[in-house]
Design a protein around this ligand. Structure first.
Ligand code: C2E
Ligand code: MG
Ligand code: MG
Length: 656
C-alpha cells in the first residue's frame, strides 16, 4: 500500500484548516474569560471604594455631625472635621471630592463648594436616603448639575449616613474616589491573569491540535487501507474484482479501439487443496498462481484475483488471433509444481477466454469470460473460448433447453472405457460414458449431468445412452464378442416406475441379449429412494440384466439393504483404489470390500486404476475386474476396435 503525496498534502491542508478553525472557539473562550475577569476585578475595585466610603462615613462623619438628622448648614466644628478628613484622604490620593447632603438631599457641605446650589437631588441621592449605597463608575463633573470640565475617572458613591442606634438615615455622603489607583491594581492582577489564561488556552489548543493531528493521521491511514481494500486483494496483492474492472475500464476508455484479450483463470479443485494442505498453504498456492500469471501476462496486462479461486487477465498487447494458444500459455505458467507447506502441489487451471470488440462495455466482456470459464472447467483440455452460438449463456435453464435439442440433434456422444479381467486380462465389458459436444468443446458429464438430474430430461438422456450403447455393441460386431456394455443410470431414473419397462423395450428393440447390459447405479443414488430403486432394479435383474453398485464405499448403504438388492457387481470407489499402494488403511478397506463382495456372491470391480503397482495389488487382493486409465482411458467408439487389437497384442507379448 503506497502513501500518495497528494493525499498527504490534502491531509496537511485539512489539519491546518482544523487548527485555524479550532483557534476561533479557543480565542472566543479566552475573550469571554478575560471580559468576565475584568468585570470581576472592576467589581472588586468598586467594592474597595465603597468600603473606603463606609469607613469615612462611619468613623468620621457620624461622630462629627452627631446622631440627629442633618438639616441646613453645618456647624463650623463639623465643617472643620470634614475638611481635615477630606484633606487627609485627598493627600493620600484616596478622594477627589466630598459632599455631605442633608435628609432632603440638599448639599450642606462640599470640599470645593460645588453642588450646593443644586435644587433637585438625583435618583442616586434618593436611593441613598432610603438606606442604599449607590456607586457608579463615571468621570468627575459628568453629572448634569456639575460645572467645569469633565475630570478623570472616578467611583461616584452615595452612602447613607446612618444614626447608629436605630439605623435612621440622617444624611448622605457623596464621595468621588479616584479610579486610577484602583484601575492600576485591577490591571496588574488582570495582566497576570491574562498571561496565565493565554498560556492555559494555548496549551489547551496545542493538546487539541495534537489529538486532532494524531486522530487525523490514524483516520487517514484507515481510509487509505479501506481505499486499498476496495481495489486490491490482500492475500495476493493483486487487484480484486472491483479494481480489475476499474483498471480494464480505464484502459478501454483511454483506447476504445483496442479492446483486450480477456481470460478468467480458475484453479481446479482448489477446495481439495485447501482441505488437504490447510488454508495457509491454499493461500500460498493462490499467491504463486497470481505471481506466475503476472509474469507470464507481462507489463501490458492487467491481472487481478476476482474471487476465491478465480483470476482475471486482460492483455492489451496484440495477442494475435489464436486465443486458444494464449490461454494454453497461461495454463502452462502454472503447470509447474508449486511448493506449499513443503509439498509440491500440481495445480491445474481452467481458462475461459474471449476477445473484446471495439466499443464493448467492460461488464459484457467480463460476463463473457465468466461464461467461458464455466465451460472450461468441464472441458477435457480445461480451455474454452466464448462462443456466442455455442454457450452464450451458461445458466442451467438455457443449458437444459439446448440439451433437449442436442439429444435429438445428435450432439451427445458416448465414450467407452474398457473393464478387463484381473485374472486373465480379457476385456469383459465397456462402460459407456456420456459427453456433450457444444460448438468446438466436448463437455464432461459433471458439466451438465447434475443439472440434468434435477429435471425430467434425465429420462430421454438415459434412454438415448442405452439405445446408443446397445447400437454400438451391435455395430462393433465380432470385435465385441464376449464384451458386455455398462450404462450409468441416475436416482431419478430408478424412481420412475416406467423406467424398467422402457429400458426393457429398448433392449428388446436392440436385439442384444439383456444379460449383456449392465446397469450401474451409484451407491449414493440408491439411497435417494431405496424402495423404488429396489423395485426398478429387481425388474431389470429379473429380465437378465446385471446390476452394478458404482462408487461403492462413498455412500452409507447398510449391509442388510445391500443384501436385499438384486446386485451382481460392486465397483470399489476410485478414492480407495488409487491409494491402495500408499495407504495401508485403503488397502485394508479394498481387501474387506473384495471379501464382502465375494461373500455375497458378487463380482468386484476396481475402478480408477492408474498404474501398474495398483493393478497388481488389486489382482493380489482378489478383485475380479479392473478399470482405469492404466488399462485405457474412455475412448471414442471408433477407437475401440483398434485399441482392442493393440491390447490383445500386448497381452500376448506379456503372456508369451
Ligand atoms: P463413473 O460411472 O464412476 O465413471 C468413471 C469415471 O471415472 C469416468 O469419468 C471416467 O473417465 C473416470 N475414470 C476412469 N478411470 C479413471 C482413472 O484411472 N483415473 C481417473 N482419475 N478417472 C478415471 P467421467 O466420464 O467424467 O464420468 C463421471 C461420472 O459421470 C461417472 O462416474 C458417472 O457417474 C457419470 N456418468 C457418465 N456418463 C453417464 C451417463 O450416461 N448417465 C449417467 N446417469 N451418469 C453418467
Ligand atoms: Mg459408472
Ligand atoms: Mg464410478
Amino acid at each position: 500500500m503506497r502513501s500518495d503525496p497528494s493525499r498527504r498534502r490534502r491531509g496537511a491542508r485539512l489539519f491546518a484548516v482544523y487548527a485555524a478553525a479550532s483557534l476561533i472557539p479557543v480565542a472566543a473562550l479566552g475573550a469571554l474569560l478575560a471580559v468576565s475577569y475584568r468585570a470581576d476585578a472592576t467589581a472588586r475595585g468598586m467594592a474597595e471604594a465603597r468600603s473606603q466610603a463606609a469607613l469615612l462615613a462611619d468613623d468620621i462623619v457620624v461622630p462629627a455631625v452627631g446622631q440627629v438628622p442633618l438639616r441646613g448648614a453645618l456647624r463650623a466644628g463639623t465643617q472643620t472635621v470634614l475638611r481635615n478628613a477630606f484633606d487627609l484622604a485627598k493627600d493620600d490620593g484616596r478622594l477627589l471630592r466630598l459632599r455631605l447632603r442633608d435628609v432632603t438631599g440638599v448639599v450642606v457641605w462640599s470640599d470645593d463648594g460645588s453642588g450646593v446650589s443644586s435644587a433637585k437631588p438625583d435618583d442616586e441621592v434618593l436611593d441613598a436616603l432610603h438606606g442604599e449605597t449607590v456607586s457608579t463608575l463615571t468621570h468627575l463633573n459628568s453629572d448634569s448639575d456639575d460645572v467645569g470640565p469633565v475630570g478623570p475617572r472616578v467611583v461616584e458613591i452615595y452612602r447613607p449616613v446612618a444614626e447608629s442606634a436605630d439605623g435612621t438615615v440622617i444624611g448622605v455622603l457623596e464621595m468621588y474616589v479616584p479610579y486610577a489607583p484602583i484601575a492600576t491594581d485591577v490591571n496588574a492582577g488582570l495582566h497576570q491573569m491574562y498571561a496565565l489564561l493565554a498560556v492555559g488556552l494555548g496549551a489547551l489548543w496545542l493538546v487539541l491540535a495534537f489529538i486532532s493531528a494524531s486522530t487525523t493521521k490514524r483516520l487517514r491511514k484507515q481510509s487509505q487501507r479501506l481505499q486499498y481494500l476496495v481495489h486490491y486483494d490482500e492475500a495476493s496483492g493483486l487487484l480484486n474484482r472491483v479494481g480489475f474492472t476499474d483498471a480494464v475500464d480505464r484502459r478501454l476508455a483511454a483506447d476504445p479501439e483496442h479492446p483486450p484479450a480477456i481470460a478468467f483463470v480458475n484453479v481446479c479443485r482448489f477446495r481439495d487443496i485447501n482441505e488437504a494442505l490447510g488454508r495457509l498453504s491454499g493461500d500460498e498456492v493462490l499467491l504463486q498462481v497470481g505471481r506466475r500469471l503476472v509474469t507470464t501476462a507481462g507489463d501490458s496486462a492487467v491481472v487481478g484475483r476476482l474471487g476465491g479461486d478465480e483470476f482475471g487477465v486482460a492483455d492489451f498487447s496484440p495477442v494475435g488471433d489464436d486465443l486458444a494458444t494464449w490461454a494454453a500459455t497461461l495454463q502452462d505458467a502454472v503447470a509447474q509444481p508449486i511448493g506449499a507447506a513443503g509439498v509440491p502441489v500440481l495445480v491445474e487451471v481452467a481458462v475461459g477466454y474471449d476477445r473484446g470488440a471495439p466499443g464493448q462495455p467492460t461488464e459484457e466482456l467480463l460476463n463473457r469470460a465468466d461464461a467461458a470459464v464455466s465451460l472450461a472447467k468441464c472441458a477435457v483440455d480445461r480451455r474454452a473460448g466464448y462462443d456466442c452460438a455455442g454457450h452464450a449463456d451458461a445458466s442451467s435453464l438455457s443449458l437444459m433447453a439446448r440439451l433437449r435439442d442436442s439429444i435429438s440433434a445428435g450432439d451427445l456422444e458416448l465414450h467407452y472405457q474398457p473393464k478387463t479381467s484381473l485374472d486373465d486380462g480379457r476385456v469383459v465389458s465397456v462402460e459407456a460414458l456420456v459427453r456433450w459436444r457444444v460448438g468446438e468443446k466436448l463437455l464432461m458429464p459433471q458439466a451438465f449431468l447434475p443439472s440434468v438430474e434435477q429435471t425430467a430430461l434425465i429420462h430421454p438422456l438415459t434412454d438415448w445412452v442405452a439405445r446408443e450403447a446397445l447400437r454400438q455393441l451391435v455395430a462393433w460386431g465380432p470385435a465385441a464378442d464376449g464384451v458386455d456394455v455398462a450404462i450409468n443410470v441416475s436416482a431419478r431414473n430408478l424412481s420412475d416406475p416406467r423406467f424398467a419397462d422402457r429400458l426393457l423395450r429398448i433392449v428388446a428393440a436392440s436385439g442384444v441379449e439383456a444379460r449383456r447390459l449392465t446397469v450401474e447405479i451409484t451407491e449414493t443414488a440408491l439411497l435417494v429412494d431405496p424402495d423404488a430403486a429396489r423395485e426398478s432394479l429387481q425388474a431389470l435383474h429379473d429380465a437378465g440384466m446385471a446390476v452394478s453398485i458404482d462408487d461403492f464405499g462413498q455412500g452409507q448403504t447398510s449391509l442388510s439393504y445391500l443384501a436385499s438388492l438384486p446386485v451382481d457387481e460392486l465397483k470399489v470407489d476410485r478414492a480407495f483404489v488409487s491409494r491402495v499402494c500408499v495407504d495401508p488403511m485403503h488397502d485394508a478397506i479394498v481387501r474387506s470390500v473384495v471379501q464382502l463382495g465375494h461373500s455375497l456372491g458378487l463380482r468386484v470391480v476396481a475402478e480408477g486404476i492408474e498404474d501398474e503397482p495398483t493393478i497388481e495389488r488389486l489382482a493380489y487382493l482378489g478383485a475380479d475386474v479392473g478399470q482405469g486409465y492404466f488399462i485405457a482411458r474412455p475412448m471414442h467408439a471408433s477407437a475401440f476396435v483398434g485399441w482392442q487389437a493393440a491390447y490383445a497384442q500386448s497381452r500376448l507379448r506379456v503372456v508369451g
